[in-house]
Design a protein around this ligand. Structure first.
Ligand code: GLY
Ligand code: MN
Length: 461
């Protein structure tokens, strides 16, 4: 945990933003793998962690905006539990670690919530993401657990997002540590990326590094020579010369701050001329996008800048044609980059996505586009100092998408479909870094991970 003042200050800021009612934050419980006593690796709810920091199952926090008091609900363990679990801290001790003095058994929360509703006080809660929490909150409220997203408090969602979006110094230090773990993961993958190696071996080795150096991975590692599948979670291929391995992998620190880095590595450690052609385009989109990231400019502007670079590079190679600005405005480049440029990063790898992506990345003035490609941009607003983002342009040759568009005669004025076949073995290329927006510009976080053609070729040796 951070020191208690960090959590006290965060809750004080929330008290300033919401003046009346109660806010309840239900922490996560153990989630069974196949029977209750055999649970998945425990991961605390990120909002509970942010305001209360207690990294254990079975707790809830309550903030009373009317009285100004904060509470922790949880149960002390008895000797029957301690036989299996070892000595455990008491709820009072844990609460003090996050600056809370008022505690009660978990069961008391239900009666407090029922009393709040009976007195017609406003009860704020965030949309729960875990099934168990949906059931707990649904039962307290007497509501259908599947309808809680609609019943969650927009005021609380917006207040929490406004706080969590601006990272504190201690949080930035954590994210840097997470990137440093990712450095070890990615440079290890580079050394292992040789003909005949099974993807699973590299996958297991680098996920092991995340566990050995921090709290494990921040999301299931994407690692495949079929990088054209954006989130490829199968790892059963044998690496072959002539292919490239996309490794999109990050770690959590022990305090659960995330990194999210992608590198694309030629099998055998040497890029072919054709691989280099496409790689350099994506690299330029990555570096120019990073260079332009500063307060005031929006993530959507930077997304368009990266898309323009991709389209212009593909036009130089003869894969696209026509006016680049018109092609990007029409969305023709999305054949090659069908995703958004990046997302916020923090306690969640897609930070706060569980609260609703449109609350995080859009507002009343800036609405999400429906256009294919742009519709997947997770954040469109202007950057502010303290924001932490990923910048992750890519270029993919997705046979099924190419076939579909070609058959539909889509964007024939911008795409040279007859030139694409020879590029299919490229699969996909994505290059992703994590950056902090500073007062004047940005800072790429963590230890620099090999990224240029030369750096990657050297790191593969
Ligand atoms: N790292 C996977 C993603 O950003 O979606
Ligand atoms: Mn990402």
């Amino acid at each position: 945990m951070f020191r208690s003042e960090i959590y006290t200050k965060r809750r004080e800021e929330l008290h300033k933003k919401l003046k009346t009612g109660l806010a309840v934050f239900v922490g996560n419980n153990e989630s069974p793998m196949n029977y209750a006593a055999n649970a998945y690796h425990f991961r605390q709810d990120s909002d509970f962690l942010y305001f209360f920091g207690i990294d254990l199952p079975g707790f809830a926090g309550l903030i009373d905006f009317d009285s100004g008091k904060d509470f922790i609900f949880g149960n002390d363990f008895d000797v029957d539990d301690i036989i299996w679990m070892g000595p455990q801290p008491r709820v009072k001790e844990l609460a003090l670690k996050c600056g809370v003095t008022e505690t009660a058994p978990f069961a008391k929360l239900e009666s407090i919530i029922k009393d709040c509703l009976a007195k017609r006080r406003r009860l704020h809660f965030l949309p729960p993401c875990r099934g168990e929490n949906k059931i707990i909150i649904g039962s307290f409220l007497g509501k259908n657990p599947f309808e809680l997203r609609e019943l969650a408090s927009p005021e609380l969602i917006k207040a929490v997002i406004s706080l969590r979006s601006i990272k504190e110094k201690v949080e930035i230090e954590e994210i840097e540590k997470a990137v440093d773990i990712a450095y070890e993961m990615h440079t290890t993958a580079m050394k292992m990326c040789r003909q005949g190696v099974r993807e699973q071996e590299i996958f297991g080795t680098i996920e092991g590094i995340a566990l050995a150096k921090g709290g494990g991975v921040s999301f299931p590692t994407i690692l495949s020579i079929n990088g054209q599948t954006l989130h490829n979670h199968s790892h059963d291929n044998i690496l072959k010369k002539g292919r490239m391995l996309v490794v999109d992998a990050g770690a959590e620190t022990n305090l659960h701050y995330a990194s999210d880095i992608t590198r694309t590595i030629p099998v055998g450690g040497k890029f072919s001329t054709q691989q280099k052609e496409i790689y350099e385009i994506v690299l330029k989109a990555n570096t120019e996008a990073l260079l332009s990231a500063r307060p005031g400019i929006s993530h959507r502007d930077v997304h368009f800048l990266a898309c323009n670079i991709i389209a212009s590079g593909l036009k130089d190679l003869g894969l696209m044609k026509g006016d680049v600005d018109e092609a990007v405005a029409a969305g023709a480049h999305a054949l090659f980059m069908p995703h958004g440029l990046g997302h916020m990063l923090g306690l969640d790898v897609h930070d706060m996505e569980g609260l609703g992506e449109n609350f995080v990345g859009y507002n009343d003035e800036v609405k999400r586009s429906q256009q294919f490609g742009l519709a997947f941009l997770r954040f469109a607003l202007p950057y502010k100092p303290g924001h932490v983002f990923t910048i992750e342009p890519g270029c993919y040759f997705i046979p099924e998408l190419i076939e579909t568009w070609k058959a539909e005669g889509k964007f024939t004025e911008f795409i040279n479909y007859n030139k694409l076949d020879s590029y299919l073995p490229i699969g996909g290329i994505r290059i992703e870094d994590d950056a902090l927006i500073t007062e004047k510009g940005h800072k790429i976080l963590g230890k620099a991970i090999p990224k240029t053609v030369k750096e990657i070729e050297l790191a593969c040796v």
